[in-house]
Design a protein around this ligand. Structure first.
Ligand code: NAD
Length: 353
């Protein structure tokens, strides 16, 4: 089954969770992580071409629902995503998402897809892509604090994109660590289950923090972070939801996605508005410096930005071609005579009797 051209409006391709999983297996998880990292990097390189706005967040006592739009003038994309750290107690995901891509010229959607699984891949690919620029090139060991839904994707992206060989796992819930150890078995990584955060970060070149708690938590204290480390902080992504002690920020070279969003949502919400940060896209483009020396502490204060989802949506649309891994969704009313919407409805009325 082929995808329709944006101008052929017969149906909207829809990728269900089952088809997304089939697509990932057809491509190969690590290959897809590498290709997504490259796609996201390519879009960061043309950052000025995008419409950018901080995501629109609706906060509630236990979580947040967010809309994340962007456009490059030719295509428009948005993601609906939630973050509810207490959900796992009720057997639900902390983060779920779906997204849409549309043709700017007509406004017609060209893809609707699940994005819960895709978000885990795009977040991992973004983290590893950033580390390619910010971590020491000889980095081989990563500590992974928070062993929930995102964690295995993070570990495998760092293996595939950055050449990490050992992951040291820690979670306050030992069952989460056991799950991650099981999932990462036979995947080409040395996997070490750790009983404390200190044990996890011992000898780590990269520290990923990926915990979920709606508070200003202290997953890492200042004395735990030594010279030369790269911190990939992805769990602090909402006002009042952070992971790092403020003193770590004061010792770090800080890199962010989109400052107007990160100042509100990221670790740097603990710092004054004018504290210097570097935009990652400028490092990639070559107009800003990344890590200054081997002893510097680099921090990717990641909150997740709409352009990463846009890149992932475009990647999926491209990868779908000729796979048949989508359904034809009757999403848009499209009468033959565009002004005869009423006539189309009238003709669809069931015949009496
Ligand atoms: P999850 O609920 O599946 O997993 C979170 C894990 O953190 C749980 O296993 C929990 O036991 C553990 N945890 C909580 N407090 C801890 C602590 N003090 N020390 C060690 N472990 C602790 O959530 P997830 O889907 O894996 O997401 C993790 C976080 O990443 C969330 O906060 C989410 O909002 C964020 N996230 C960020 C991005 C981004 O682009 N930056 C993308 C997706 C998710």
């Amino acid at each position: 089954m082929s995808l329709p051209e944006p101008s052929a409006r017969a149906f909207v391709p829809f990728v269900s969770v089952a088809n997304m999983m089939a697509l990932i297996h057809a491509i190969g998880l690590e290959k897809m992580l590498v290709e997504l990292a490259d796609a996201i990097e390519a879009d960061f390189r043309r950052w000025p071409a995008f419409d950018k706005t901080p995501r629109v967040a609706a906060h509630s006592p236990d979580g947040v629902i967010e809309l994340m739009p962007t456009s490059d003038g030719e295509q428009y994309g948005f993601k609906y995503v939630n973050g509810h750290p207490l959900n796992t107690h009720a057997g639900l995901q902390t983060v779920t998402a779906f997204g849409l891509l549309a043709d700017v010229a007509t406004g017609y959607p060209t893809l609707l897809t699940e994005m819960t699984v895709l978000t885990a891949l795009r977040t991992a690919a973004t983290s590893a892509m950033a580390a390619r620029y910010l971590a020491r090139p000889d980095s081989k060991v990563m500590a992974m604090t928070g062993n929930g839904a995102q964690s295995e994707f993070q570990c495998l992206a760092f293996k595939a994109v950055c050449g990490v060989e050992e992951v040291r796992l820690y979670d306050i819930d030992a069952a989460a660590t056991r799950k991650a150890v099981g999932n990462l078995k036979d995947r080409g990584l040395r996997v070490v289950a750790c009983a404390s955060p200190e044990e996890a970060i011992e000898g780590a070149d990269i520290i990923t923090t990926c915990t979920a708690d709606k508070q200003c938590a202290t997953i890492l204290t200042d004395n735990m972070v030594g010279a030369g480390v790269h911190i990939n902080a992805i769990g602090g992504d909402c006002p009042g939801k952070t992971e790092l002690h403020r003193d770590i920020l004061l010792r770090s070279e800080i890199f962010v996605e989109y400052p107007p969003q990160t100042r509100v949502e990221g670790e740097i919400q603990a710092l004054p508005e004018d504290h210097p940060v570097t935009e990652l896209w400028q490092v990639i483009e070559g107009t800003a410096v990344g890590r200054t020396d081997a002893r510097a502490i680099t921090l990717f204060d990641s909150v997740g930005f709409a352009i990463e989802d846009f890149s992932a949506l475009r990647y999926v649309r491209g990868a779908l071609q000729d796979t048949g891994l989508f359904e034809r969704l009757d999403l848009l009313a499209d009468p033959d005579d565009p002004r005869d919407l009423f006539g189309m409805l009238a003709r669809a009325r069931p015949m009496p009797g």
